[in-house]
Design a protein around this ligand. Structure first.
Ligand SMILES: Cc1ncc(COP(=O)(O)O)c(C=O)c1O
Length: 380
């Protein structure tokens, strides 16, 4: 029996009847673009995030792009972000012909390092985009203070972290804007692409809503140049079925993470580093990412045992060919580069069973003992 990295079945199967009802509702009304399902979804998710405005978007990538368009980010502007994220976090900056300025991550959380951000700020800096990697919030309070002091904007890339909290507050409501993804594998995944932008600013919300529909508030009157960044009514209706279950699924993920910790401790696997869980924030475990010496060999061995894993991410953004003209090179961001060689995401989803987790950890233990790997030098 294989153990997939992600199995949506346990979350989806109990909801099939509600999904069908949501589909029928949209089919019957014939309102496929915008309309009441999108508006109700926006109201409901604004409540969950604890934010004034939630704007449903076509994807997390488009939400990031729209956020920067609303800030009028343009050629010559700099936006500081992390080299250790999914491509979209930096891609949105480059698409506006602005300059992504990368700074290294913290060695343990792999989230953006605030001290490095502070050193990278210049008069050209327009915004900072931290990402809450794998579901663990970045240092939002420090980042917000820094951004305020320099009069620059903080955009949270919350695409992997819906439902996470930071010092008691929900992420997505702390930065000036935040973006979420409903890519099917996300903790709140849709049935295709989808995303969200949240903000407490009435002005930014109005701008983003305009940008979402080709820069117009009144049909066929375009005040600015926008795009088609709308979420389908069908996606909104289906996501409304899943939204009330978000907390329960986050609790299930956390329980899985706790169980992995117990199993790793019992197996005496000191060679494997487990994801840190700082006390002042909650981790929603979009991914449970370990760090292992001989990662590629371990991954191959787990694959032979039918255990699904993934490497997020094998090449840091500053080393991607499309960013070659930014002039970064190997060695510029050692923590990000080291992580790229060591990280391995293990199966993690609501419904993952204890016996599946025992098999995963058992297979890692077997690999470590037969291959004689040793503990990597301390990460500092
Ligand atoms: C950190 C991060 N930012 C942005 C995105 C882009 O979201 P989407 O795939 O919905 O465009 C994703 C997810 O795919 C992500 O993980």
């Amino acid at each position: 029996m294989t153990i997939p990295l992600l199995d949506l079945g346990p979350s989806h199967k109990p909801l099939y009847a509600e999904f069908h009802a949501a589909f029928d509702r949209v089919l019957t009304t014939g309102r496929f673009i915008m309309g009441p399902e999108v508006e109700m979804f926006e109201r409901e998710i604004a409540e969950v995030v604890g934010v004034r405005h939630a704007i449903a978007m076509s994807s997390g990538s488009d939400a990031l792009l729209a956020a920067l368009m609303a800030l009028k980010v343009a050629p010559g502007d700099e936006v500081i972000t992390t080299p250790y994220s999914f491509f979209a976090t930096a891609g949105c900056i480059a698409r506006l012909r602005a300059t992504p300025v990368f700074v290294d991550v913290q060695p343990d959380t792999l989230n953006i390092d605030v001290d490095h951000v502070a050193r990278a700020i210049t008069p050209k800096t327009k915004a900072i985009i931290p990402i809450h990697l794998f579901g663990l919030p970045a240092d939002l309070e420090e980042l917000r203070e820094l951004a305020r002091r320099h009069d620059i904007v903080l955009v949270e890339d919350a695409c992997q972290a819906i439902g996470a909290t930071y010092r008691g507050a929900s992420i997505g409501a702390i930065g000036d804007m935040a973006t979420f993804s409903f890519f099917p594998s996300k903790n709140l995944g849709g049935f295709g692409d989808g995303g969200l932008l949240t903000t407490n600013s009435d002005d930014l919300a109005r701008l983003v809503r305009m940008i979402r529909t080709h820069g117009s508030e009144k049909k066929y009157h375009h005040e600015i140049v926008g795009a088609n960044f709308r979420l389908d009514a069908l996606q909104a209706a289906l996501l409304r079925v899943k939204l009330p279950h978000l907390d329960g699924w986050a609790a299930a993920r956390k329980a899985n993470a706790d169980r992995y910790r117990v199993l790793f401790a019992a197996a005496g696997l000191d060679e494997i580093m487990l994801p840190p869980e700082p006390r002042d924030r909650t981790h929603v475990y979009h991914q449970f990412v370990i760090r292992a010496p001989h990662r590629d060999a371990l991954r191959a061995s787990l694959g032979e045992s039918g255990i699904g894993t993934e490497v997020y991410y094998p090449v840091p953004l500053h080393l991607q060919p499309c960013f070659a003209d930014l002039g970064y090179g190997k060695g510029d961001f050692p923590h990000a580069e080291r992580a790229a060689h060591e990280v391995l995401a293990l199966p993690m989803f609501p419904g993952l069973t204890e016996s599946q987790q025992e098999r995963v950890v058992g297979a890692i233990r077997a690999f470590v003992h037969t291959s004689g790997v040793t503990r990597p030098s301390a990460v500092s």
